[in-house]
Design a protein around this ligand. Structure first.
Ligand SMILES: Nc1ncnc2c1ncn2[C@@H]1O[C@H](COP(=O)(O)OP(=O)(O)O)[C@@H](O)[C@H]1O
Ligand SMILES: [Mg+2]
Length: 251
């Protein structure tokens, strides 16, 4: 089980993540949704330790992620929304490098790699340099890199963005198997239909805060309606506050 407790992060004076708490249970597939700038990427980067939290903590089976303990951190696999750092590698080189880093033996890593490349229809591209690949192929490389060491939790930042429908389907199949084998996933996405179809829970963020977290099956209507209703009502309330402030200023 992964617990995110009172997590906050600021960029300078701007609080991009404000006291966020939730739990990821074994087998959960959580859809993290919210408008652009809501703080989804900041949350994910803080969860995996790329950004340091100002306060709060992330506990994996009771142990904290902070402090770079390899045994805790390897329980999480992260797919960033962009794979800029490793562009000089080919997908195969990147995965070999990661396998070595995680201490996965050669036979196991070769099997997992060929399995992933085949399922994701990447075999033909695995030796090309990542920077020359299409966006979709880069995404699939990042996805394979996140899942290769079979982490307990996958953190996926907009995994389906710019990925063609067939590749999306392949990724979803791999995720399904991963969940059935006891994995958990948190995924940010703007594709609300997909979140409603494949996730069991959702977390809706707005301006650095969680404004609703719930099971998908408790929704009466569509997730899209829920999203619009909550985000709009908050923004209208916010505009009214501003107008009131202005009115007061005039008085
Ligand atoms: N490196 C940064 N420096 C300053 N502000 C940032 C930085 N990264 C993100 N932000 C700001 O933090 C807020 C949340 O951004 P982000 O977490 O990327 O949101 P999301 O992923 O939900 O679109 C935005 O207002 C964004 O402009
Ligand atoms: Mg983002």
């Amino acid at each position: 089980m992964i617990e995110v407790k009172n997590l906050s992060h600021s960029y300078g004076k701007f609080k991009a993540l404000d006291n966020v708490s939730f739990v990821v249970e074994k087998g959960d597939f959580i859809g993290l949704i919210g408008p652009n700038g809501a703080g989804k990427t900041t949350l994910m980067n803080t969860m995996v330790g790329i950004l340091a939290a100002d306060s709060g903590e992330v506990l994996v089976d009771g142990a904290g992620v902070e402090g770079f303990q390899a045994d805790v951190r390897r329980k999480i696999g992260y797919m960033p929304s962009e794979l800029a750092t490793y562009e000089m590698f080919s997908p195969e080189e990147l995965l070999k490098f990661l396998a070595a880093m995680y201490g996965i033996d050669d036979t196991t890593s070769a099997n997992r790699m060929s399995n992933l490349f085949e399922k994701l229809e990447m075999t033909e591209w695995k030796k090309k340099s990542i920077k020359k690949l299409s966006t979709g192929m880069k995404k699939k490389t990042a996805f394979a890199a996140a899942i290769l060491h079979q982490p307990d939790l996958l953190v996926l930042d907009e995994p389906f963005e710019s990925v063609d429908p067939i590749s999306q389907h392949k990724m979803k199949e791999i995720l399904q198997t991963y969940l059935e084998q006891g994995g958990s996933v948190i995924m940010s996405s703007h594709v609300l239909d997909t979140v409603q179809n494949i996730c069991n829970k959702f977390i809706l963020m707005n301006k650095g805060e969680i404004i609703r977290q719930s099971s998908i099956n408790t929704l009466d209507g569509s997730l899209e309606d829920e999203f619009f209703e909550l985000v709009n009502s908050l923004n209208i309330a916010h505009e009214e506050e501003i107008t009131e402030d202005e009115d007061e200023a005039e008085d």
